[in-house]
Write a protein that binds this ligand. Structure first.
Ligand SMILES: C[S@@+](CC[C@H](N)C(=O)[O-])C[C@H]1O[C@@H](n2cnc3c(N)ncnc32)[C@H](O)[C@@H]1O
Length: 452
């Protein structure tokens, strides 16, 4: 609602002209229009059931709508053209591979998050702008960081269009930005995700052909819409260094999780005797070097209109904190191509001097000095790498060699088949249950005792 206020000022001016007193009345009329708090909810947006024609007009609709969102999602509030986001908190959803939620909670607490609520495949929290930037740069086990920008109930497309018109997109989307959508709907009146996406595309526009992409995540559950913008861009496990891959590579975030869940102390040795493209040893070296996992890549939030370069500079200014003394980190694989990939990946990650890679079969495993440390590995699972018959022998060899040469070391074993894993060592603890893109896996941890 807009109030029009009119102020009338009457000024009496007395002048003496040629000995005569002249009284002049000056009437000044001042007009002003005032936006009343909460009125934003009625501004802009078609109530027709067909998508509104807003594609080319994202900009004019933006600047006036902050009032309503400020109450629920303060991160989106820009009062008087000055970003207030630094002192406010963003409502954040950190997405991660299912099974890694508790590790992500620990990482968020290390970054200063106060409240964390894990759900399957995600952790809900609230972060300051600085913590949001730091989360993208420093979280090792997460996939992406979403910022919730709106939440409302809509049961008809007319409702949806009206509510979309109330959302202030201006902090998150420049006029050039090209939104893409990920829509899911469960138990709701509006269940046709394609039609929902059409309404979003009409409300947000298509941006500029050369504009930056911006993922908008829309979740509809029992008629309740939750709308988030992705602050990460490429998934966070894409650190940038793993350009060469061997067979069945692990996500970098999962490799980091295996190290954290095993309780590996980065001041002690680490061995992966079936390292493939080197993901586990390279993540170990990044941990030991105290290097930010996202230190060599870009993030979507840097293209947001509300991006704060000074806050970002304070995050990137944080120095690496390497452990001392530098631990021995070893990777080995019987496959020459895998070892070559691992070496080139380590070069790109800037940790080639911290990791040694060898072409060798598991049976040649040797204990490096400085132990006890940890053996963390992801042996072949059969389905992906081998017809299966020889896996029992491979797992049994790993168990015998490890117990014989690494007695007293910690063990971390990512497997798909827990029965097969008993060949390595019975009685291991099931530390993580993972869902890796539909493939279930168990992470077993324990301690190697000597062969009797
Ligand atoms: C699941 S892959 C490891 C993937 C690795 N974690 C990565 O992220 O790239 C298993 C690896 O075990 C290796 N391997 C299989 N049998 C082996 C053996 N007897 N000795 C050493 N390496 C072996 C394979 O060459 C393969 O690279």
């Amino acid at each position: 609602m807009v109030l029009v206020v009119v102020v009338v000022l009457v000024v009496v001016v007395v002048v003496v002209v040629g000995g005569r007193v002249v009284v002049v009345l000056v009437v000044v009329v001042l007009g002003a229009s005032v936006m009343v708090e909460g009125a934003a909810a009625v501004v802009v947006g078609s109530t027709a059931s067909s998508p509104p024609q807003a594609a080319a007009s994202r900009a004019p609709a933006r600047s006036i709508r902050w009032t309503c969102m400020a109450r629920t999602y303060p991160g989106g509030c820009h009062r008087g053209g000055v970003s207030a986001a630094r002192s406010l908190r963003h409502d954040v959803l950190v997405v991660c591979p299912p099974g890694l939620e508790e590790l992500v909670v620990g990482e968020l607490i290390d970054l200063g998050a106060k409240r964390t609520r894990p759900h399957k495949g995600s952790v809900v929290t609230d972060l300051t702008t600085r913590q949001l930037y730091a989360a993208n740069r420093h979280l090792r086990c997460a996939t992406r960081v979403l910022v919730r920008v709106a939440g409302f109930t809509a049961r008809t497309f007319a409702d949806l269009e009206r509510r979309l018109g109330e959302v202030d997109w201006s902090p998150w989307l420049s006029n050039e930005a090209q939104p893409t959508y990920r829509v899911t709907s469960r138990g709701s009146q509006l269940r046709h995700t394609g039609a929902i996406e059409e309404r979003f595309a009409a409300a947000l526009g298509t941006g500029h052909a050369d504009g930056p992409g911006q993922l908008v995540v829309v979740r509809v559950s029992r008629d309740r819409f939750t709308i988030s913008v992705d602050s990460s861009g490429a998934p966070l496990h894409e650190r940038g260094w793993r350009q060469a891959t061997a067979k069945a590579p692990l996500r970098e975030s999962v490799a980091a999780a295996l190290l954290l869940a095993a309780g590996w102390d980065p001041a002690t040795p680490l061995v992966d005797p079936m390292c493939g493209s080197g993901t586990i040893p390279i993540e170990a070296a990044l941990l030991a070097a105290g290097r930010a996992p996202g230190g060599g890549r870009d993030f979507a939030f840097r293209r947001w209109p509300c991006f704060e370069p000074g806050t970002w500079a304070s995050v990137t200014a944080t120095a690496d904190s390497p452990v001392a003394p530098t631990p021995v980190i070893l990777g080995a694989d019987r496959d020459a191509g895998a070892v070559e990939s691992a070496r080139s990946n380590a070069e790109r990650a800037g940790v080639a001097d911290l990791v040694e890679f060898r072409q060798a079969p598991v049976s040649d495993l040797e204990a490096p000095g400085g132990g006890p440390g940890h053996l963390v590995t992801n042996p072949p699972w059969g389905g992906r790498l081998s017809p299966g018959g020889d896996l029992r022998n491979l797992y049994a060899t790993l168990g015998t060699v490890a117990a014989g040469r690494l007695a007293g070391w910690g063990l971390g074993l990512l497997v798909a088949d827990r029965v097969l894993a008993r060949q390595v060592r019975p009685g291991l603890t099931e530390s993580l249950h993972l869902d890796l893109g539909g493939q279930r896996a168990t992470y077993l941890t324990g301690r190697l005792s000597g062969v009797s």
